[in-house]
Design a protein around this ligand. Structure first.
Ligand code: NAG
Ligand code: NAG
Ligand code: NAG
Ligand code: NAG
Ligand code: NAG
Ligand code: NAG
Ligand code: NAG
Ligand code: NAG
Ligand code: NAG
Ligand code: NAG
Ligand code: NAG
Ligand code: NAG
Length: 754
């Protein structure tokens, strides 16, 4: 040893020594990475180059970002999610035989998997290829001899790609260790492999949702004794739900929405499902009564059975599900007296939607004891009687929907609800009949409703005047008193409700003039150049349909079908955000004011009045206008040429004897021609506009949509969200109903916002 050191020392005298020393120390690291793996990785990088460069420059590939090696310096993990990888997955990847963990999720990888992908990577434990654009039939990879996944596989996530073809159960013959399988959001078809657990008996999660599986679910899942989550929603599954699913004691979630499942689930045995928290069967054709045993689901949180064909009463045992938070049963044929039920043990209940059924009886008093309740919908049933006083105790209440029932005493109802300080939404259209609108005296000192954004009391044949207490609801966005017998004036104080975007007084007996003050409503005003249109968003509701309807609820001033007289105030022309202006069927006179600032207008109804003068040429500039009528007035002159006005037919203009123009097949006299020339002069040199009116109009329209989308973030999200949804539908060519899951999640989260 000493000799060795001394000889070393002598060597060290030469400067070579230092270099040797470092070589010896660093050698294992310098060349730690297996050279084959090294070059495989580099060809992978070259073919699937990431959008942000990876730092793969040093000698030792085991130290590279996203790489780790085993003790033999073979690459065992390639972990590159969200790196902007694109192109066809490089075949060089299949040379990394020692890979156990591969995560390429959230990239832009396309085409099919490299040939022999599963044949080569026989040590894979975790494979995550989710959120890419991969397609083809995964099984085409596998030759009959190796027609299965490696026996090491534990997690397989192929979700959110375009994979297609069927999933052959033999794929899982050796998958003894598989615990997690997610193939959701692809185009797989055929049969769901319910025999999968004969070999893969450790499976905990199976997600087949959002595919095109179209063969009836078969028995077999009973062998999945460890299964916790089973999802197969948004497919084309028909027929019965195999009963053996309900024998799986470990189940926490069963989610089969948006299929064509049918038959009754009344007799299923739920005795073993004490761990079940999520039970979703919405949007199917299930029928029969709800299971009597539902009370055994002691951990149930979400019961979502809406939009089926269920009949009969709510099972009494439901009231034993003391952990339940969400009960959504709307759109069925359920019936029975709900006041007989005792909801008081459901202390965690947050939302209950029994809308669109045939329930009878009074509002259940026991519901008042559910202190977590934020949303109640009993709309479209046959409830009777008064709202109980105890509702004032549900202090968390934000959303109350009672439209289309047969309640009495609207004044009492509103006085009770006023005590719920967080209340944001009241739907009570067609809830009461022939009563008087609750007046100032009976409402007393309004200190409640300070968070109210939506109030609907339409279709109740209410009499009386628009009461002043409404003027104190400073956050009100939607006021609907349509189809009543409300008389007296349109109150001037409406102009002071700065958040109002919908005033719907259609079909009443309102008289007097349209107040100029309406032109002061801030949310609708022209001078609002803010780019944040979040203030227009309305509180979220229960259904996709209603969500869309409300979020996009057209901003409108609807005063049609009353006895209003006098001129249309010019101040209305300031309400730039208006999408609908209905003043039809009144006694309005004078000329049509300048409305060309109302660039968002889609509907303009001025028919059946006594309006005189000409149709302002500037109306042709309203490029979004799709519904228009000035019929049955005393208008005169030529119908302005160009723009959207030319897209309407004669019925929009008829009943004005002095009106002319080619739409009415009536040639105008010279005087009228002259006015048109003047108008053209005033407009400047826009002859192109007149020559190609529609074309320009559409371009302007499209540009406006784009500008709107760029500016208004919240709209943009909603709009593109909608587009995504549509695209999704187009891509998935099957008849998949809308993805209620997503909607549901949005709903649940927003309920906590409002
Ligand atoms: C890339 O690696 C070099 C040398 O190892 C280092 O200096 C640099 O900071 C790294 N860059 C990133 C973005 O990791
Ligand atoms: C893959 O990476 C993504 C992004 O970091 C991560 O969310 C996902 O859980 C990973 N997959 C697995 C199976 O761990
Ligand atoms: C499966 O993947 C989809 C998206 O690709 C995801 O939304 C879903 O939550 C996953 N399922 C499970 C059970 O994790
Ligand atoms: C799968 O998709 C490919 C195109 O990516 C198509 O050619 C093939 O016919 C599809 N197979 C099935 C079974 O739908
Ligand atoms: C139910 O859940 C609990 C807690 O997660 C767990 O300990 C128990 O094993 C589960 N029961 C079954 C039958 O899986
Ligand atoms: C609901 O059930 C009735 C008979 O009870 C049947 O006529 C109807 O077609 C069913 N509707 C759906 C959507 O399955
Ligand atoms: C609702 O119930 C009433 C009486 O209970 C019955 O007459 C009516 O037909 C039912 N409506 C529906 C849609 O089932
Ligand atoms: C009312 O709403 C506020 C703000 O969202 C919240 O902090 C409060 O807890 C709510 N009140 C009740 C009783 O839930
Ligand atoms: C309506 O309800 C209020 C408050 O509950 C009550 O004072 C009043 O007497 C009721 N009116 C009628 C006509 O029943
Ligand atoms: C309401 O009044 C109308 C017309 O007077 C009448 O036909 C109807 O029966 C009344 N409805 C109720 C519930 O009183
Ligand atoms: C306004 O009221 C009319 C009549 O009730 C109705 O048809 C329309 O849908 C309502 N519009 C809005 C935006 O509430
Ligand atoms: C409201 O409108 C009226 C008439 O248009 C106007 O005189 C008044 O100054 C406005 N009030 C406010 C607060 O803007």
């Amino acid at each position: 040893m000493a000799e060795f050191i001394s000889s070393r020392k002598s060597l060290c005298k030469e400067s070579l020594c230092l270099r040797c020393f470092f070589l010896i120390v660093l050698l294992p690291n310098c060349f730690a990475c297996n050279q084959e793996d090294h070059s495989s990785l580099l060809s992978f990088l070259e073919q699937n180059h990431p959008s942000t460069p990876l730092n793969w420059t040093s000698m030792n590939c085991c130290r590279w970002e996203g790489i780790s090696c085993d003790e033999n310096n073979r690459v065992k993990s390639l972990w590159l999610p969200r790196k902007g990888l694109s192109g066809t997955i490089s075949t060089s990847l299949t040379n990394l035989y020692h890979l156990t963990h591969l995560n390429l999720s959230h990239n832009h990888l396309s085409d099919s998997l490299p040939a022999a992908f599963f044949k080569s990577l026989r040590q894979l434990q975790v494979l995550d290829l989710s959120y890419n654009s991969l397609h083809g039939n995964v099984l085409e990879q596998l030759q009959p001899s190796d027609y299965s996944l490696p026996d090491t596989i534990q997690t397989l996530d192929l979700s959110s790609n375009y994979f297609n073809g069927s999933i052959d159960p033999s794929l899982f013959h050796q998958a003894f260790n598989l615990m997690f399988l997610n193939v959701s959001t692809n185009s797989f078809s055929g049969q769901i492999p319910t025999s999968i657990c004969q070999n893969a008996s450790l499976l905990k999660v199976l997600d087949f949702s959002l595919n095109d599986f179209n063969v009836q679910l078969s028995h077999g899942l009973a062998t999945c004794s460890n299964l916790e989550i089973f999802r197969a929603g948004s497919n084309s599954l028909s027929g019965l739900i195999p009963y053996d699913i309900f024998s799986l004691k470990s189940l926490k979630e069963i989610s089969l929405p948006s299929n064509q499942l049918s038959g009754s689930i009344n007799h299923i045995n739920l005795l073993h499902l004490s761990n079940l928290t999520i039970f979703e069967l919405q949007f199917n054709n299930l029928s029969g009564e709800l299971p009597n045993d539902i009370g055994y689901l002691s951990n149930l949180e979400n019961l979502v059975f809406h939009t089926n064909n269920f009949t009969g009463p709510l099972p009494l045992s439901l009231m034993k599900c003391t952990n339940v938070k969400v009960i959504l049963l709307r759109n069925n044929k359920l019936e029975g007296d709900i006041s007989a039920l005792d909801f008081s043990k459901l202390q965690k209940l947050e939302s209950i939607d029994l809308g669109y059924n045939n329930f009878t009886g009074n509002f259940p008093v026991s519901l008042c004891l559910c202190r977590s309740l934020t949303a109640v919908r009993f709309a479209y049933n046959n409830l009777q009687g008064e709202l109980p006083d105890c509702i004032s105790g549900i202090q968390a209440l934000e959303h109350m929907s009672l439209s289309n029932n047969f309640l009495v005493n609207a004044t009492g109802a509103l006085r009770v609800l006023m005590a719920c300080k967080n209340l944001t939404v009241i739907f009570m259209s067609r809830t009461f009949r022939n009563e008087t609108l609750p007046d100032d005296q009976s409402m007393g000192d309004i200190d409640g409703f300070q968070n109210l954004e939506i109030l609907t009391l339409g279709g109740g044949k209410f009499s009386g005047e628009v009461p002043n207490w409404i003027s104190k609801l400073k956050k009100l966005k939607v006021l609907n008193l349509s189809f009543n017998n409300v008389s007296g004036p349109v109150p001037t104080w409406l102009g002071g409700l700065s958040d109002l975007v919908v005033i719907n007084f259609t079909d009443n007996n309102l008289s007097g003039q349209i107040p100029r003050e309406l032109g002061n409503i801030t949310a609708l005003r022209a001078d609002n150049d803010s780019t944040d249109f979040g203030y227009l968003a309305l509180p979220f509701l229960f259904t996709a349909g209603e969500y869309n309807r409300l979020f996009n609820l057209p901003r409108g001033l609807k005063l049609g079908g009353n006895n209003l007289s006098g001129n249309i105030p010019v101040e209305i022309g300031r309400l730039k955000q208006l999408q609908m202006l209905d003043l039809n069927d009144n006694n309005l006179s004078g000329s049509i004011p300048e409305l060309s600032n109302l660039v968002n207008l889609e509907e303009l109804k001025l028919s059946d009045n006594h309006l005189t003068g000409e149709i302002p040429a500037s109306l042709s500039r309203l490029s979004f206008l799709s519904s228009f009528s000035v019929a049955n007035n005393d208008l005169e002159g030529e119908i302005p040429r160009g723009g959207q006005l030319e897209t309407f037919n004669a019925s929009s203009f008829e009943g004005n004897t002095k009106l002319c123009g080619y739409i009415l097949h009536k040639i105008c006299a010279l005087a009228a021609q002259h006015t048109e020339d003047n108008a053209a002069e005033e407009e400047g040199t826009n002859s192109a506009w007149i020559e190609h009116p529609l074309w320009i109009g559409h371009i302007v329209g499209v540009v406006m949509v784009c500008i709107t989308l760029v500016l208004h973030t919240s709209w943009r999200n909603a709009y593109f969200g909608f587009l995504d949804c549509m695209l999704d539908k187009v891509i998935k060519t099957s008849s998949i109903p809308q993805n209620d899951k997503i909607v549901q999640q949005q709903y649940v989260s927003s309920i906590s916002i409002y």
